[in-house]
Ligand binder design. Structure first.
Ligand code: ADP
Ligand code: MG
Length: 243
């Protein structure tokens, strides 16, 4: 994918909370069609990076975020999602009293910009993609299992027609066999032509799906390269084991 055009660029992005520099002058590029992995110890600024890319709930303190070369860091969050950047959250962000279908449909309409029959078709297709198109589509989210909620999270993302999808620790709370199923779901999204940025604590998952791996520590990039090379770098080993 090295020859592919750059889809997402983060350029010298910093986010401060008072004295704390949660994201410290971070720069990277994600090419079209890539699965770009992000690792780093707890509190290293991974989720904050997703927050400032999507503007949810806040923009960067300084620096630029570009989608296909256009600066987006001053856009409102809904404009950023309509432009093609969607994210998932570490905690469930579904509407619990709505059914699975209604959740996906909401995303098709508000993130994907689809209307009427198109929104319905996109929603059904997305539910089929994650194997949730049976009677479970009419159940409220509160009745779905942990893994079914992950399927729903992925379906909602696909229905929103993102160009790039930011996944924040999607494997949290899953059993080992479920993590393997999740890897298949992520590959399903990727096959839809969606570029993926994946934050993940479960390293086998991160290493099995990522083509490129970046490691953060205390808000700063400490390593970036192929997963195979990065996991052997002394500063990475130190960041994980030296705590
Ligand atoms: P990670 O996702 O890598 O575990 P986070 O991005 O959640 O790390 O947090 C990075 C640092 O920024 C942490 O020290 C965290 O306490 C701090 N932080 C995150 N969000 C806020 C906020 N809204 N206000 C103040 N501090 C924050
Ligand atoms: Mg986090």
């Amino acid at each position: 994918t090295d020859a592919s055009p750059v889809l997402l660029e983060v350029r010298n992005v910093t986010r401060r909370f008072g004295e704390l520099v949660a994201v410290d002058d971070v720069s990277f590029t994600v090419t079209e069609g890539q699965v770009f992995g992000i690792a780093g110890p707890n509190g290293s600024g991974k989720s904050t990076l997703f927050n400032v890319i999507t503007g949810i709930p806040f923009p960067p303190s300084s620096g630029a975020v570009l989608l296909r070369g256009e600066e987006i860091q001053r856009l409102r969050p809904h404009q950023i999602s309509r432009a093609g950047i969607l994210r998932t959250f570490q905690k469930d962000a579904e509407f619990y009293t709505l059914t699975a279908f209604e959740n996906v449909y909401t995303s098709a309409v508000y993130c994907g910009g689809a209307v009427g029959a198109d929104a319905r078709r996109d929603s059904m297709q997305a539910l089929e993609d994650v194997a949730l198109a049976d009677d479970r589509r009419d159940r409220p989210v509160s009745e779905l299992s942990v893994f079914e909620r992950k399927q729903l999270m992925i379906a909602s993302a696909i229905a929103g027609r993102p160009k790039v999808l930011l996944l924040d620790e999607p494997a949290a709370g899953l059993t080992r066999p479920e993590v393997t199923q999740l890897a298949d779901l992520i590959r399903t999204v990727h096959r839809r032509g969606i570029t993926i940025v994946l934050i993940e604590h479960v390293l086998p998952l991160l290493l099995s799906v990522s083509e490129h791996l970046m490691v953060l520590n205390q808000g700063a990039v400490i390593a970036s390269g192929t997963p195979k090379d990065v996991v052997r770098m002394p500063q990475v080993v130190e960041a994980y084991l030296g705590k």
